[in-house]
Design a protein around this ligand. Structure first.
Ligand code: ACO
Length: 305
């Protein structure tokens, strides 16, 4: 048994200087980079509502939330860099379509209620998926997740509160909230990844204790959590087959349209092209900021006067 195997068996953390199998490192780089890319691409769907938020208070909350997402991306790129990769290379891989970001951010936000639905459903799914990652076997990723989960929990509550206000407002506001939930419900279930029998990485990632639960297990946990919350909101989840199954102790649910998931992953979702084009453009337009920051850092180190 290698030291790595011993640490995994003892449920200890692997740290950057520990020896680790190449495949373990590659899996982590893939997952952490994909996670980081999701955070920064995830700023776009809500970011477009900052200038149109209905009050100063809502605007301040949304600004803070979108800034948090940028921060999450930065912690995660930092965690990936401890595995010996370079942030610039990861960004190139995103911009050239060699690395993925979450399917969920390829959907549009046509109304203000979509901001609430993202907070409640998308950030809710993120929490269910990410709380177990706080116990991931790779130390820097696990530690980054602790703070991220605390902030995600604030994000989810603000979404819930926003939707609750709309759902208890005028009939038109209630309808807007209901329609947003209908748009985001099924895509949010797809955030947990393909069904277990089609998940290529789960078995190995669970053996390495990167993942602690399977995709379907977490998806079920999320659905079980949503049903009572939807009742408090007074909004209907768009699945006529949702039913409590006392024998299983879980809600049964309808079929997920996996062909839609595959289409979005293949680049053919409603906003894939727009999201990547916006990201590439932001990167190019931000080049001068990176150059200025690097020059300032060099100056601080006394390399230039
Ligand atoms: N969106 C895009 N791609 C996905 C998604 C998704 N929702 N789910 C799975 N995939 C991809 C996987 O990356 C993998 O593709 P690849 O082999 O080309 O890299 C393929 O589908 C098969 O999936 P799995 O074998 O199940 O992949 P994995 O074991 O990595 O599990 C999961 C997927 C659950 C998303 C995992 O990577 C994870 O927990 N990631 C961290 C959380 C995260 O990235 N969240 C981002 C959204 S939350 C937020 O930003 C607010």
């Amino acid at each position: 048994m290698t030291r790595f195997d011993e640490l995994i068996a003892a449920d200890e953390r692997i740290e950057p200087r520990d020896r680790m199998p190449d495949a373990y490192r590659r899996t982590l780089v893939r997952q952490i980079a994909q996670h980081a890319h999701s955070e920064i691409i995830g700023m776009q769907p809500e970011g477009r509502w900052i200038t149109r938020a209905p009050s100063l208070k809502r605007k301040a909350i949304l600004l803070a939330k979108v800034q948090d997402e940028a921060g999450h991306g930065l912690y995660l790129y930092g965690a990936a860099e401890t595995l010996g990769v370079d942030r610039d290379d990861l960004l190139d891989a995103l911009h050239e379509g060699r690395q993925r970001y979450s399917s969920i951010f390829n959907y549009p936000t046509p109304t203000w209620a979509d901001v609430g639905a993202i907070g409640w459903l998308v950030d809710g799914a993120a929490i269910v998926n990410q709380v177990p990652l706080c116990r991931c076997s790779y130390g820097p990723y696990a530690r980054a997740m602790v703070r991220i989960c605390k902030e995600e929990s604030f994000h989810q509550r603000q979404g819930f509160e926003l939707l609750h206000t709309l759902a208890h407002g005028t009939p038109a506001q209630h309808r807007m909230a209901q329609e947003a939930v209908e748009r985001w419900y099924w895509p949010s279930l797809m955030m947990f990844g393909p069904p277990d029998e089609e998940s290529t990485h789960s078995a190995q990632s669970m053996a390495w204790k990167i993942k602690r639960h399977s995709n379907d297990e977490l998806r079920q946990r999320f659905i079980d959590m949503l049903v009572p919350q939807s009742e408090v909101l007074g909004l209907r989840l768009p699945d006529p087959e949702l039913r409590w199954n006392a024998e299983r102790g879980h809600y049964d649910h309808g079929e997920i349209d996996w062909s839609e998931f595959r289409r979005v992953l293949a680049g053919d979702g409603p906003c894939n092209a727009e999201r990547l084009a916006h990201r590439r453009n932001a990167h190019e337009e931000g080049a001068w900021v990176r150059e200025a920051a690097a020059a300032y850092a060099r100056r601080k180190q006394g390399e230039i006067s």
